[in-house]
Ligand binder design. Structure first.
Ligand SMILES: C[S@@+](CC[C@H](N)C(=O)[O-])C[C@H]1O[C@@H](n2cnc3c(N)ncnc32)[C@H](O)[C@@H]1O
Length: 511
């Protein structure tokens, strides 16, 4: 479909239902505080290009204290997002306006947080100008910008694959064919071509592997990633140049593991990096060291350093919660260079305290660890790692809890009801973390079975099987389609595991 309003952006197929914790304003606090930067309290937040709006609708439901605004010019996506907000009882103001329209609205407040995920690379320079102007006018001093983008040099070897895909679609694709068929045809063309060992493939041996990887990805995602008119990966300095107009400065990667040089670089590279005095050049050198393909960063309007005790005092007040069970507690961490073990004497006492899955302040952790002889500095670096692994998450403010709980329950019921037919949304909202929690289709069905009064694993499995059976759906296990009662047996064993492992954590997370 060719339209005027889409500015060359793919709108024939809707985007996938992704959830991105980086867009949770609550989540930016720990990475910023841990790297020694002030983090704002967030009252007004805005998401630009929210896609299906799963992130924004989860955040609106789970954090009643935050006023959400946002836009995505795809009307069916904006309608879905607004519907989810309405069903949860939250009040976000979501629009289907183009950036140029939305950013000119006169009824928007100033924002403490503006997030854009998967947008910057795929829009025109003129739209980039619109966004930068918006951030300059509407992000409060001290406010945080979260932005992600395809990065150079990581994309330099495979950018030609995208070019060829898009060229093939532009030249050979017909409008009636649809974007998914065009994507498939382009992939087939490149596949055939690379088998002929062109000079490009010889000079970039990773390209064939990359194509294999691309071929395995969701077609809707691929259409949005590769088939837009605009697609511009950037070096760190390029984006810095753009964003300096908005008066924001680089604060930190949103992924705390990125900040652990030793995990991602050799000792010689680390020493080299530490010798680079300029933060911008240092980030660039880092991108070369790890061949970064996608950056996810926090920028601040007026970056301010927390000095010594200020940092420790601010960190002590933060509340965190453990979101995995005992069986899934990490014992190692993986970086670009390989794995490192997590020391029992530091991590076991942390797990000991957090295993009740209740929110605890960093001060409580500090006190508990001090009694075991573990100093604050070791706690702080362990939190960096556990947060980076996603097993420890921030806890939402306690005063909003009952409102958030009611909204999350309504939101999760709406998601689970969709799961009666399809399994394309795999997240629930938690009033405890203020964010999304992974919830696959069968888990959602077991949960719904429980909501409907089911007491045992057999009840939950029976409910799930009645849903699947009613739609002539069978479970595929190890590549084979299960028949008849084998489905119920399999579901019962999955429901037992869910009741043992997942349910206690979901209950603690207010789900
Ligand atoms: C790659 S998707 C990312 C969606 C979402 N942020 C996510 O990560 O799931 C980009 C989104 O930006 C929206 N978009 C692109 N150009 C836009 C514009 N000029 N104005 C408003 N929305 C736009 C598209 O409709 C699409 O949903």
């Amino acid at each position: 479909m060719s339209t005027e309003w889409n500015a060359g952006y793919v709108t024939d197929v809707n985007y996938t239902f992704g959830y991105y914790g980086e867009l949770n304003p609550l989540r930016c606090r720990l990475p910023l505080l841990m790297i020694g930067r002030h983090a704002p309290r967030i009252e007004n937040a805005c998401e630009l290009g929210f896609g299906q709006g799963l992130s924004v609708s989860i955040h609106a439901a789970a954090q009643p204290g935050v006023n959400w605004y946002g836009t995505d010019f795809n009307p069916s996506q904006a309608a879905f997002a607004s519907e989810m907000v309405r069903l949860s009882g939250a009040e976000a103001k979501l629009y289907d306006e183009a950036f140029s329209e939305f950013c000119g609205r006169q009824d928007l407040p100033d924002f403490d947080f503006i997030g854009l995920h998967g947008i910057w690379t795929w829009i025109s320079d003129s739209n980039r100008g619109v966004l930068v102007d918006f951030i300059r006018r509407k992000l409060r001093p001290g406010g945080v910008l979260y932005i992600s983008y395809n990065t150079l040099p990581g994309w330099s070897a495979s950018a030609p694959l995208r070019h060829l895909m898009k060229r093939h679609a532009d030249v050979m694709g017909s409008p009636g064919q649809g974007i998914i068929a065009q994507t498939d045809a382009a992939l087939g063309f490149i596949d055939q071509f690379l088998a002929l060992e062109p000079g490009y493939a010889k000079a970039n041996p990773g390209a064939v592997e990359r194509l294999k990887q691309i071929k395995g990805q969701d077609r809707k995602y691929l259409a949005h990633e590769y088939m837009n008119r605009d697609w511009n990966p950037m070096y760190f300095a390029d984006i810095e140049n753009w964003l300096s107009e908005a008066k924001v400065g680089f604060a930190s990667s949103a992924h705390t593991l990125d900040n652990l040089y030793e995990l991602n670089m050799t000792p010689a590279q680390t020493e080299f990096m530490r010798g680079v005095p300029d933060i911008s050049l240092r980030e660039t050198v880092r991108d070369y060291c790890v061949n970064q393909q996608f950056r996810r960063d926090y920028w601040i309007r007026g970056v301010r350093a927390l000095v010594g005790h200020e940092q420790i005092a601010a960190l002590r007040e933060e509340r965190v919660v453990l979101t995995v069970g005992k069986a899934d507690l990490p014992t190692k961490v993986r970086g670009v260079l390989g794995e490192a073990g997590l020391l029992d004497n530091i991590y076991q006492p942390i797990y000991e305290l957090l295993l009740d899955h209740k929110p605890h302040t960093v001060l409580e952790l500090e006190t508990h660890l001090a009694s075991k002889g573990v100093p604050f500095s070791q706690l702080s670096s362990a939190l960096n790692i556990l947060f980076g692994l996603g097993v420890v998450q921030p806890a939402a403010p306690a005063q909003d809890y009952s409102k958030a709980k009611a909204r999350c329950l309504a939101f999760n019921k709406a998601i689970a009801r969709r799961s009666l037919s399809v399994g394309d949304i795999v997240y629930f909202a938690s009033p405890v973390t203020g964010g999304g929690v992974q919830a696959q289709r069968f888990s959602q069905l077991f949960w719904l079975g429980k909501q409907n009064g089911g007491k045992t694993a057999a009840d939950w499995a029976g409910f799930a099987w009645s849903v699947l059976k009613g739609q002539n759906q069978n479970i595929i296990k190890d590549g084979a389609t299960l028949q008849g009662d084998d489905n119920l047996t399999e579901l019962t064993s999955q429901a037992e595991a869910w009741g043992e492992k997942t349910l206690p954590i979901w209950t603690a997370l207010g789900i």
